[in-house]
Write a protein that binds this ligand. Sequence first.
Ligand code: SIN
Length: 298
Amino acid sequence: MTMQRPAVTYQDHWKTEGYDHISVTPINPVVGATVEGIDLSRPFNDAEIAEVRRAFLAHHVLVFHDQNISEEQHKAFGSLFGELHVHPLKHDAANNRGGDPAILEIRTTANSKYTAGGAWHADVTCDERPPASSMLLIRQIPEVGCGGDTCFANMHKAFETLSEPMQEFLRTLTAVHDGAIPYVGAYNTTPPEGGYPRNEHPVVVRHPETGREVLYVNPGFTSHIKGLSRFESQSLLEMLYRHVEKRLDIQCRVSYRPNTLVFWDNRCLQHQAAWDYYPYSRSGGRVSMIGHRPTREL
Ligand code: SIN
């Protein structure tokens, strides 16, 4: 099978100049940018959204501060980037805390037993078609005025910084992603009838818009790699997770103000919420947009 070359490369997108409607300031050259000049509580025009899309593909995480928007406006902005996703916890009455089906409440207080997203992960990779992107709007930051950053890792870079023999080997593998790992194992919920979603995805996939390769296993959801012994699978996954954790050069941290909206690309990132603000509280809501089934070739 011949390998398709991406039509548009990462480098083509990575230009801070040439934005007429928004202003884009990278957090670092690898991942993350702050976007100014757009008010998400007002109607947007196509030119603004086209520039947001370009910045999104270039930087993978976009940070919009001071966006005091309603749930409807949050969903409307998300809908521009795909069909809204309903989280597996929302499908089940026993675990669903109510509210709009498309909005996942993110709330951690002094009484919380865990914080959502407290381990490195991409959102809901247990789904057959995991969210392509998510938008987290943090309305309340910890009363102490700091803490509660989200850390992001660029999973293109995670793959590209492995040795060529390792890259070649990983391209041949498939992994199982299981919703029971976070939702039962970490959150202690009761599984719905039929269980949480469980799906297989290639260990190396291509970003559907840029064609760039991505390391696609994460400690939040990946249970094992098919065809390897349990020991081999665990050892290989641990090595890959340590690789992502220790490479500060592929990561950024995003800090919040009240009403900061963070928009990230789940197809090429992992993230982890820092619970460094106990006993203070942090809250908001997340919408996610359904993506394609992750594939090795486009
Ligand atoms: C999440 O994983 O979506 C939560 C991230 C956060 O609260 O920072």
